[in-house]
Design a binder for this molecule. Structure first.
Ligand code: PLP
Length: 376
């Protein structure tokens, strides 16, 4: 099989699977005062250190959550319920993942003034457009690093550094899910107060993520209870999933540049095929992460082509996995022409993919162009 849907999820690596088993065997409750609890807690500490190291944060800044969706909810509602008690403006973009966008919608219903920055005519969101929306009444700026549908990289460091210079008390949050361990992210250099990451996008297990919160930034918890994770996220820690997360991070932290180069070659090869295949268009350019590309195959409906490819054991996505077949507003926001919006496929690579995988994808796309009914 050829798996080209790595932005939806990745295959857990061997190291993560082995670490999950180890965490299952170490069944003590990390909060217990006896040695079984202590040993479980040691495993958690080691994973916490790995995740902190991977972004240049300190272990005390890493808070485990059940997924990036929870991390985003914690950051956004936390900001709204702290700084947002006095300042009612939130700045975000029109291309966020639903785990950010829907939180902002809920806060708008509660009376917050939500400003959503849209890409310009070329599909680009500039740092200036984000910064210029921030003012004295702003409690939070929440923007993603890499768009999950198009791969577009947003200028977060530039925007957040300018915002922090002018408005140091505004909280900055970045959803780093699609950039984590794919681009080099240094938490202190991003000028973010909080960043969200998820294990299953980096070959770890599903059901575990982290919110990294800058020392000195205090937000109220989203999930209350026994006070685990220093009170920010109660609930007995999932030792197995945390161990799997830590192992995946150790495995993929070391070779970010090498993998980036390899995936860039795959992207170049994909672009070459698009140029040489009539009716196929690439909508992700040089400002995009090579890991995620959006293409349109003129006249073939996304879902139809997706299933055609699936029958040949090639797995892609018809947009983001989270939109579950719903029409994507993000595709429209990025200015993909109306006539191509029903024809897009998201191709998302992993460094284990090969040039031959891309060749096979295009062989099958050409077969589909010959044999499938075209939409008007
Ligand atoms: N943010 C982005 C950009 C994503 O792509 C995703 C998942 O697709 C999420 C957040 C949610 O991550 P999780 O599945 O860990 O909740």
């Amino acid at each position: 099989m050829i798996y080209l849907d790595n932005a939806a999820t990745t295959k857990p690596c061997e190291e993560a699977c082995a670490a999950v088993m180890q965490g299952l065997e170490m069944f003590g409750n990390p909060s217990s005062l006896h040695s079984l609890g202590f040993r479980a807690e040691k495993l958690i500490s080691s994973a916490r250190e790995s995740i902190a190291r991977s972004v240049g944060a300190s272990p005390e800044e890493v808070f485990f959550t059940s997924c990036a969706t929870e991390s985003n909810n914690t950051a956004i509602f936390g900001a709204a319920n702290s700084v947002g008690r006095h300042k009612k403006k939130i700045v975000t973009t029109t291309v966020e993942h639903p785990s950010v966008a829907v939180c902002c919608d809920r806060l708008e219903e509660r009376g917050f003034d939500v400003v959503r920055i849209a890409p310009d005519a070329n599909g680009i969101i500039s740092a200036e457009s984000i910064v210029s929306a921030v003012d004295d009444n702003t409690c939070l700026v929440t923007t993603m690093l890499v768009n999950n549908e198009t791969g577009r990289v947003l200028p977060i460091e530039k925007a957040f550094s300018a915002i922090k210079k002018k408005f140091p008390r505004v909280l900055t949050h970045c959803d780093c899910v699609q950039g984590y361990l794919k681009l080099k992210i240094k938490f202190p250099k991003l000028f973010a107060d909080m960043i969200s990451v998820s294990a299953h996008k980096i070959h770890g297990p599903k059901g575990i993520g982290a919110l990294i919160v800058k020392k000195g930034v205090h937000i109220p918890p989203y999930i209350c209870g026994g006070g685990q994770e220093k009170g920010l996220r109660s609930g007995t820690e999932s030792v197995p999933l945390i161990c799997g997360f830590g192992a995946a991070v150790d495995r993929y932290s070391a070779d970010i540049s090498e993998r980036y180069q390899k995936v860039s070659q795959l992207r170049t090869h994909l672009a070459h095929h698009c140029e040489n295949t009539p009716g196929v268009y690439l909508y992700s350019d040089g400002d995009c992460s090579p890991y995620v590309s959006i293409i349109a195959v003129e006249g073939l409906k996304s879902e139809v082509l997706l299933h055609f490819l699936e029958e040949r054991e090639v797995y892609v996505s018809s947009g983001s996995a989270c939109s579950k077949g719903k029409k994507s507003a993000v595709i429209r926001e990025f200015k993909i022409p109306q006539e191509h919006r029903d024809c897009v496929l998201r191709i998302s690579f992993d460094s284990s993919n090969t040039l031959a995988d891309v060749d096979s994808l295009f062989e099958f796309i050409k077969d589909a162009q010959k044999s499938l009914c075209k939409i008007k």
